[in-house]
Design a binder for this molecule. Sequence first.
Ligand code: SAM
Length: 220
Amino acid sequence: MKANASAARTQTITQPKLKPPLKWAGGKRWLVPHLRPLWERHRHRRLVEPFCGGLAVTLGLRPERALLNDVNPHLINFFRWLKQGLVIEIPMANDRELYYRHRQEFNRLVREGQSHTRRAAELFYYLNRTGYNGLCRFNKKGAFNVPFGKYGRINYRRDFTAYKEVLAGWEFMSGDFAAVPLDPEDFVYADPPYDVEFTQYAAQGFTWEDQVRLAEWLAR
Ligand SMILES: C[S@@+](CC[C@H](N)C(=O)[O-])C[C@H]1O[C@@H](n2cnc3c(N)ncnc32)[C@H](O)[C@@H]1O
């Protein structure tokens, strides 16, 4: 246990910091310094996030093993490509015309069953960084419909190879939280959508019944 803790400290010191690559509503980067003391005693465990969102917590805590789930399949597709050391090749600029062209292509890929591709992951990153407020919103037909953003300047990142080593021991899945297979030894951090009007994450939203279902699932 002691050896584990000191190895973990060394790891924290030597590994370069990696920022969450996306803008994500409800991101908990600010909470990481408060979670770290709780996590340090358990960092030999697998970290499970049933609502991983923009990955701010897992990237902050840097577990060796993690199981990360989110109901948003495009987000998880992006992370799966990140794990492979994504280098973005599409043109990226804070330009209205380019934004709508890329949005159209992303929606075509989704319609044609190509949302698991690297191209879709690249477009998802670009749309997330360039669209209005980093929102991720889909219409009833499943088309991404966020308008062009209002940023003065955007620093796009193309080379994500630094993430490859860090994500090597992390598994990704996409679905409802209740399908996440938990092990009794897991350390679970659950950050569901808030119980407020804003339920933009999933087309069907996250209802009060979902909050109750989650409380029951966590209490098992
Ligand atoms: C508050 S955010 C999590 C933010 C994350 N902790 C971070 O730091 O970026 C909640 C996440 O729950 C996801 N979500 C919504 N309904 C879900 C469900 N039924 N099962 C799993 N994930 C869900 C949303 O897509 C969203 O990414």
